[in-house]
Design a protein around this ligand. Structure first.
Ligand code: ADP
Length: 747
């Protein structure tokens, strides 16, 4: 049988299987629809396909109230029939709308005024969505677009007719994808291996550089610096770590240092893979000894803004899902993946030739090991290299961006790490009695961050406040004792921001440019955001935003607690984030309950983050702890005043509202901040409860409504701060120099 025949046969088999699956799903969908029709209304149902929310249906609170009343004596069946008729009417109304346009709530519609096309475009721009929007089911099922992006909990699927329809659409899309893949396989010469790049490239325009910055002071002692990190923006980013490792190295290069950043080369089969197109294979391989053998890793290299970005290549970094996990949870082999990264990073300065662009970095380097993912670097330098005379001049800095994550695995995994046996003690950690599982559990683990703190030459965190907090039992997460013992080598430096990426004067994602001297564009951004979200377009209402991971650290549950109080105020709230399913559901519920005031966007969307930062008046950051926090810095640059919990970096970077400040002087640029003439740049609340949050919100709204001049003065003070990396880079450089003065801490 020829290759073409065998391909044809395989294709036919796959098609018939896909068709069978499709038919079965349609049958299930029909059955679900019939069951749903036979059921009284009373719940919110929604569904999505391939990243785009495609359906949602409400039985209103009126509906529920009606059923309850009916139970008290009316004819229940008649009420149910009435509700069903009302539902049919709503469906017909929605279907009657042309071009998939959904009526705005102002017109009495049931969902935000957004179009399916707009959602599809947003989905394409959202960095984490992986597949193209699936086609919606035929018109028999009404499709109501919502502002949501992100996965629904599976409990919704199958329960809803839309869920079943979405599944059918997904099956069809899958079958089409298979066909496309086969077509590619048949014509390898024209489209070689395009499966990983099947989607369009990201279309985010490059920000223009308009900010005039003071010339950067050059260092007198240029160093070779090697950042090792699990993420680096824009190639890979899930939070602030990616931002820092993307921007700080550039600021250090501007000061005259030679800087390399080493991170994994992630490939997940989506359009984001194309970000690595500019990185070329160095054809240099390293065989690193760990996990019971020699593992071969490759290195890709790209120079950007003078920084050498090196991407470590290994099949374990190529998989669908995000950097650290997928819908099934955190990857089980993260210890393996980041052990590889650390070993590869230790080899890179010695083996990468960088011919024609400076040559080897050599042994006289400063390693910056960011978080636990790079935490083995100081351990390896101390245990594997220095005892053999290598990296004697090198110094290692352990940079803690979040002490919550420590890279903890059972102690039996120690032999896998490729660290000499006699160094077990450096990584060993024993949980206190109350954290052990049972009487025989000794609580012994290997803790990679602990190893990094113990063996590095200096420890750095991302704000002074956090540097103190991690030496306390409340903030140290078990590391406080060790950190206290190293307190004389522990510093905190607040992050800066990328002034080109976050520049209100030239932000390609925003509706209009603005600056501290002309804030009219900010109002346009607010109007555009309200329009995009389908909120009433009002200039006078304070608009508040939240951007961040939906988890315990960031405190979205505090917003949940305070929601009803917040909604009693004349405000608008928009939340952007993804994370815990129950909090994603809360956002969906809040939007359906407070249609004129609340919008929730489940997902990760950098353009949306820019638009919220520019369009809102207030940014909410109720983080329980915050090593530094970047969103409040971005917000202040955009004249959006933060309301934040007084913790860590938030406390360090936000100047609290000072009602005694002199607005006139601040506006004229003559205020003496030392004398207390400053007006502040935001609000800080001390207690982590909804009363404290509401106090800050009411205070902010009061100033917003009643004292426009004071508000503008606060915006001016916020926007004129020096938030650039130049300042921070100088301080980092100082710590590197100090580390060189001292002898190595270990090894
Ligand atoms: P952390 O690193 O703890 O997550 P930071 O405030 O230091 O928090 O940094 C968060 C970064 O991630 C910011 O650049 C923020 O804009 C971005 N971010 C967080 N959540 C989202 C989201 N859902 N969509 C887009 N960007 C997000």
């Amino acid at each position: 049988m020829t290759r073409r025949e065998s391909l044809a046969r395989a294709r036919a088999t796959r098609r018939s299987r896909a068709r069978a699956r499709h038919d079965a799903t349609r049958a299930r969908a029909r059955a679900t629809i019939d069951r749903a029709r036979a059921r009284p209304m009373g719940s919110l149902t929604c569904a999505r396909a391939n990243g785009v929310a495609i359906g949602r249906r409400w039985a209103t609170r009126d509906g529920r109230a009606s059923v309850a009343r009916a139970g008290k004596g009316e004819d229940v069946r008649a009420r149910i029939e009435a509700l069903r008729a009302e539902n049919e009417r709503l469906k017909a109304e929605v279907l009657g709308l042309k071009g998939d346009k959904v009526r705005s709530s102002a017109e009495g519609g049931v969902s935000p005024a957004r179009t399916v096309e707009a959602l599809a475009m947003d989905a394409e721009r959202a960095t984490t969505t992986t597949a193209a929007p699936a086609e919606a089911e035929p018109a028999a099922e009404p499709v109501v677009a919502t502002a949501f992006l992100g996965d629904l909990p599976s409990a919704y699927e199958g329960e809803s007719e839309y869920g079943a329809a979405a599944k059918a659409a997904a099956v069809r899309a899958e079958a089409e994808k298979e066909e496309a893949a086969e077509a590619e396989a048949e014509a390898p010469a024209e489209a070689p291996n395009t499966a990983m790049f099947a989607e369009e490239l990201p279309e985010r325009p490059t920000p223009q550089v308009t900010t005039k910055r003071a010339p950067v002071e050059k260092t007198e002692k240029p160093m070779n610096i090697v950042f090792v990190s699990s993420e680096v923006g824009p190639w890979s980013k899930t939070g602030g770590l990616g931002d820092v490792c993307g921007a700080l190295p550039q600021a250090l290069v501007e000061r005259g240092h030679r800087v390399m950043v080493i991170a994994p080369r992630y490939q997940n089969g989506t359009k984001s893979d194309a970000l690595y197109d500019g990185a070329l294979d160095t054809c240099t391989k390293a065989n690193v000894g760990c996990f019971g053998g020699l593992q071969e890793v490759g290195f890709f290299h790209q120079i950007k803004h003078g920084v050498d970005y090196v991407f470590v290549d290994h099949p374990s970094f190529h998989r669908k899902g995000s950097l650290y996990g997928d819908s099934f949870g955190v990857y089980g082999d993260n210890q393996f993946r980041f052990t590889l990264l650390a070993h590869a990073a230790c080899e890179a300065p010695l083996i990468l030739p960088f011919e024609g662009c400076g040559g080897h970095y050599g042994q006289d380097v400063v390693f910056v090991a960011n978080d636990w993912h790079a935490g083995l670097v100081p351990v390896l330098v101390a245990s594997k290299y220095r005892p053999h005379g290598v990296y004697k001049q090198a110094r290692t800095i352990c940079a803690i961006h979040n002490i919550f994550h420590q890279g903890v695995e059972p102690s039996t995994t120690f032999p896998n790490l490729g660290v000499p046996n006699e160094w077990y003690g450096a990584l060993e950690y024993q949980y206190p009695q109350h954290m052990r599982a049972h009487a025989l559990d000794e609580g012994r683990v290997v803790n990679i961050l602990k190893g990094a703190i113990a063996t590095s030459d200096r420890v750095l965190t991302v704000s002074k406040g956090y540097a103190y907090e991690i030496t306390t039992p409340e903030g140290g997460k078990g590391m406080e004792g060790l950190l206290l013992s190293r307190a004389n080598r522990l510093d905190g430096i607040a992050n800066g921001i990328d002034m080109d990426e976050w520049n209100p004067e030239a932000d390609p994602d925003c509706a209009a440019p603005f600056s501290v001297t002309d804030l009219s564009g900010k109002l346009e951004c607010k109007r555009a955001l309200q329009k995009e979200l389908g909120l009433p377009q009002r200039d006078d209402v304070p608009m508040m935003g939240f951007i961040g991971r939906l988890d315990w650290q960031k405190g979205p549950d505090l917003l949940q607690q305070a929601l009803h109080d917040m909604m009693r105020e004349d405000v608008q709230v928009v939340m952007l984030g993804s994370g815990l399913p129950e909090l994603e559901d809360f956002m969906r519920w809040a939007e359906s309950t407070y249609k004129d005031k609340f919008r929730g966007w489940v997902g990760f969307s950098v353009p949306m983050a820019h638009r919220i930062t520019a369009g809102c008046d207030i940014l909410l950051m109720p983080s329980r702890f915050e090593p530094c926090g970047l969103n409040q810095l971005y917000a202040m640059r955009y004249g959006t005043l933060p309301i934040a919990h007084a913790t860590g970096g938030l406390k360090d970077t936000i100047t609290p509202h000072n009602p005694f400040g002199d607005a006139n002087k601040v506006l004229a640029g003559t205020a003496d901040m030392e004398k207390g003439e400053g007006v502040g740049t935001g609000w800080l609340f001390k207690d982590m409860n909804s009363d404290a949050l509401m106090w800050a919100i009411r205070s902010a709204c009061d100033v917003y409504r009643t004292d426009k001049k004071f508000w503008k003065a606060m915006q001016t003070q916020a926007m004129t701060q020096d938030l650039s990396w130049d300042n921070a880079a100088k301080k980092w450089e100082q710590v590197f120099e100090w580390s060189k003065v001292d002898p190595p801490h270990c090894g």
